[in-house]
Design a protein around this ligand. Sequence first.
Ligand SMILES: [Zn+2]
Length: 155
Amino acid sequence: MVLRKPNFLLDENLNRLAKWLRLLGYDAAVYKSISFHNAIRLANREHRIFLTRSRKLATSNQKFSRRLIMSVDHRDQLKELNDIVTVKEEYLFSRCILCNKKLFDISKEKIKELIPEFVYESLDEFKLCRKCGRIFWKGSHYKAIKKELKYLLTV
Ligand SMILES: [Zn+2]
């Protein structure tokens, strides 16, 4: 059982996996073009688990938490983490999948002009990323994504 929600640091080539982890509500940082040395420093300082596809990094004798990701497909990559990652309803859609920033509740009246009318009419809960300005809501795609995430993480 996972007591504390883990934070992650991912290799640049694991960007799609990072997006899925953010969908699940995990802090999944991807730093572009940083040295191995700096990645380890960050992982240690911010208590992140370093996810990498590089066997060399994964087997380094330096001290930091890491996990070697074997699969190529991001769905299989997510499955590899099913012992430390879970689907929790309250965490879903709590983080921007692009910026990795926490989302904030926003009243729908404030964003009426920015969303499709049928979405405005049928839903009440909206979230805003203050960094990129994107608005998220639990539309028809939400159920499909949730189902797939549950499937991947429980089989
Ligand atoms: Zn954002």
